[in-house]
Design a protein around this ligand. Structure first.
Ligand code: ATP
Length: 436
């Protein structure tokens, strides 16, 4: 049986992943048949609280424990046994969700779904890449007669059903540790040297430390119950983190199977097809050098046969902005990122420089063929004229030289602390993907 929950937290506290641990504790008479799942959905939906994550817990009869749930239906017919089990499960999930959801926030609209089989993967595919309407989800839940409950605007049902329908094509794991309740909201003290050691020794982990900003990236900044989370490819290796990171002792921990770091949100849309709140890769040529606005956000335009789009490297992307600032007109790039609205802008997550244009700079104006004096410019691209004898010369007669570019062709990514949960780090891209 699968139990999926979403939208239980507010910015002021709690975390849907913590609720997963409470669900597992509530159903201690069942076996946990799989890693609980932490499924990130479309990072561009405007109503997300933080990382747009939903959870799924898989419970049932395992090899190690007796299946106690069968006893419920012993005295009744099979049909009544099933409906009693359904009702009992529903009430127990409801109790946990209601106890641990932040109902005081308008933005919190929890939902949970209980099912015996996974819904079609299309729900996940749409929810991770696009916007899903609540009606599509309610129609499915009713048609399949699933146990579910939505609170407030019931939006959490979208995330719950979509997370339930995720069957991994690519996957990673995250070990999450949680604090004792009295510590919630207190400043976290994670020894930086421990995170550096972890980063160096656990080779299949990623996004632990921001080497550019020189700060740890395992602990969140929000007042939620999470102490730290470590991401990686191998759940067994992740458990070693518990012996490396010292300081505050976690009260509990669990390893989730996740779609983090998979790029599942990225589509291959043309400039005619893109729309706000989706994510895509777009190839094009740089139209002009970048502009930096107040606040340190950097913008430039790219174009291809289908049109043009503004691309942005916002201030939190720190040193990545220097890469963008060094692009020149004519460079060919592939940009990966989310599409923002008003105006339509591609928020870059990573970039592949496909071709660098030669950078030619003017060294000096041409010499007058009559008198040998240096000629004067008549304006941008307007050519030259000798002030002495009025002789004219074309723009390309100036003396120019090719200068070394400060960039190389290849991949560049935003720093760890500005990275989206779903973005595949280049280290993973290189290990697993041979297309680029
Ligand atoms: P946290 O990371 O702290 O768990 P969150 O960022 O996951 O919080 P939620 O509180 O889960 O944010 O809010 C996201 C809401 O958006 C949920 O109600 C979810 O069902 C809904 N949602 C997620 N993806 C989509 C989508 N593609 N289309 C429409 N609604 C979506």
């Amino acid at each position: 049986m699968f139990i999926a929950v979403d939208d239980t937290d507010s910015r002021d506290g709690m975390c849907t992943t913590f609720l997963a641990t409470e669900l597992i504790a509530e159903f201690e008479d069942y076996d946990l048949l799989d890693h609980p799942r932490l499924v990130r959905l479309n990072p561009n939906v405007p109503w997300k609280t933080r990382g747009n994550g939903a959870i799924v817990v898989t419970l049932g009869k395992g090899e190690k424990k007796e299946r106690k749930i069968g006893e419920i239906g012993e005295e009744v017919s099979l049909f009544e046994g099933i409906s009693k089990r359904k009702e009992d499960t529903f009430q127990r999930v409801k109790k946990v969700v209601e106890e641990w959801s932040e109902f005081d926030s308008e933005k919190t609209n929890p939902g949970f779904v209980i099912a015996d089989k996974r819904p079609p993967r299309r729900f996940y595919e749409k929810a991770v890449r696009d916007v899903v309407e609540l009606d599509e989800v309610l129609d499915y839940l009713d048609k399949e007669e699933l146990s579910y409950k939505g609170y407030g605007e019931k939006r959490g049902l979208i995330g719950a059903l979509s997370a339930l329908s995720w069957t991994p094509e690519d996957r990673t794991y995250e070990l999450l540790t949680y604090r004792r309740k009295e510590k919630w909201g207190e400043h976290r003290r994670i020894p930086e040297e421990d995170v550096i050691e972890l980063d160096q020794t656990l080779k299949k982990t990623f996004d632990n430390y921001d080497h550019e900003e020189k700060k740890q990236a395992v602990a969140p900044n929000s007042p939620c119950p999470v102490l730290y989370g470590v991401r990686g490819e191998d759940p067994e290796e992740l458990e070693k983190a518990l012996n490396i990171i010292g300081g505050e002792v976690p009260e509990r921990w669990i390893t989730f199977l996740t779609n983090q770091g998979t790029d599942d949100h990225i589509q291959d849309l043309s400039l005619e097809e893109i729309k706000p709140w989706t994510s895509s890769k777009i190839t094009g040529k740089v139209r002009s050098e970048s502009d930096t606005i107040e606040g340190g956000h950097v913008f430039f335009e790219i174009e291809n046969k289908k049109g043009k789009i503004t691309a942005a490297a916002y201030e939190p992307t720190k040193g990545f902005r220097n890469v963008v600032k060094n692009l020149i007109q004519g460079d060919k790039v592939e940009l990966w990122g989310g599409i923002r609205k008003d105006p339509i802008t591609l928020n870059i997550e990573k970039m592949k420089i496909l071709q660098l244009k030669n950078k030619i700079v003017k060294v000096s104006n041409p010499k007058c063929p009559e008198c040998g004096r240096s000629m004067s410019s008549m304006g941008t691209d307007a050519g030259y004229r000798c002030k002495n004898c009025r002789t004219k010369a074309d723009e390309d007669e100036a003396k120019r030289k090719k200068v070394e570019r400060e960039l190389n062709e290849g991949w560049y990514e935003t720093p760890v602390s500005a990275r989206r949960h779903l973005s595949k780090p280049l280290a993973r891209l290189r290990d697993n993907d041979h297309s680029g």
